[in-house]
Design a protein around this ligand. Structure first.
Ligand code: PRT
Ligand code: ZN
Length: 283
């Protein structure tokens, strides 16, 4: 059987979460910082540790069958790959920002101005789409200091907490793209059974992260009200308790509106609510 290869970031913001995701998929491998390649002992897969910028091309060229990388890097490198699954981590936005005291508040005011970025391809498309004629200054890092140094009027950079912009006296005023880590594959790789097996494992881990397992006790009289609060769950398990007329309800609740749902359940008579993480949900 062919051994698959998956490329992940060697070190940096996506490394830890990528390794954690693969381990949660039940894959056994050593995560030595020094090695470039690590075999998985219980699945026909090898893990390649690379710089994130190289991952899209490795996958496009089929050197790696799969990769985990930010959407921003995929768009910037303009590769032809298959998007297999959004992964919910590494979330950030590519934004245009200007010095706080600057009068620029609208895109049209960027006409004739210069913008420093490490994302010239994405920025160029964005400016063309919005009919803005601005000069793109491509630099390789520390974009946020360039207006202060007089190198550009504005910047276009990734933002997550906004702390970097703030501490450099910059304000974001336009969103160019939002990004998160995604699982990509070489074109056609999704037809492989092994790739499908891996995608299903990844999805079962992601699904589990989005939900919590909840067990609660309730008097039988309040049971219909409790069940009405659990839409989407066709038939929660209802187990009789030793105390007459009391039951335990087992169900799953989405992480999204978890606290609202729990307080509604309490108001409807739920007691002794126990919440547990779910490892995997296999459909
Ligand atoms: O060495 P290698 O080339 O592999 O890594 P790298 O240094 O190029 O990338 P790395 O590890 O910094 O980021 C990897 C990926 O993480 C990016 O391609 C994005 O998809 C994603 N990501 C998520 C981010 C951020 N959030 C982020 N905040 N990448 C970079 N930043 C930087 C940003 O450029 C700015 O300098 O963080 C600063 C802003 O952060 P805040 O929190 O202050 O807003
Ligand atoms: Zn990089």
């Amino acid at each position: 059987m062919k051994t698959l290869k998956i490329a992940i970031q060697k070190s940096g913001r996506l490394n830890e979460k990528s390794v954690e995701l693969l381990k949660n998929c039940g894959l056994n491998f050593e995560n030595y910082k020094s090695s470039l390649i690590s075999p998985v002992s219980n699945f026909p897969l090898e893990i390649l540790f690379l710089r994130d910028d190289d991952i899209p091309e490795y996958v496009q060229d089929g050197i790696a069958d799969l990769g985990i990388v930010g959407e921003n890097v995929i768009q910037e490198t303009e590769v032809d790959v298959a998007y297999l699954q959004k992964l919910g981590f590494g979330k950030c936005s590519l934004k245009i920002a200007v010095p706080n005291n600057n009068q620029i508040q609208q895109l049209s005011q960027l006409n004739g101005k210069s913008i420093a970025t490490t994302y010239p391809v994405i920025l160029d498309k964005f400016l063309k789409k919005n009919a803005i004629q601005a000069e793109i200054r491509t630099i390789s890092g520390s974009v946020e200091i360039s207006p202060g140094l007089g190198l550009s009027d504005a910047i276009c950079d990734l933002v997550s907490t906004g702390g970097t912009l703030k501490s450099n006296g910059l304000t974001a005023f336009a969103d160019v793209m939002s990004s998160e880590a995604v699982l990509i594959g070489s074109k056609g790789s999704e037809n492989s059974d092994l790739v499908q097996e891996l995608i299903q494992r990844v999805q079962s881990v992601l699904r589990a992260k989005e939900t919590k397992y909840v067990v609660l006790n309730v008097h039988r009289d309040s049971l219909p009200a409790i069940i009405a609060l659990l839409p989407g769950v066709k038939s929660p398990s209802v187990v009789s308790l030793a105390e007459e007329n009391w039951v335990a309800v087992h169900t799953v609740i989405p992480e999204r509106d978890f606290w609202d749902r729990i307080s509604q359940l309490k108001q409807a008579g739920a007691q002794g609510i126990v919440v547990m993480p779910i490892e995997k949900i296999i459909l």
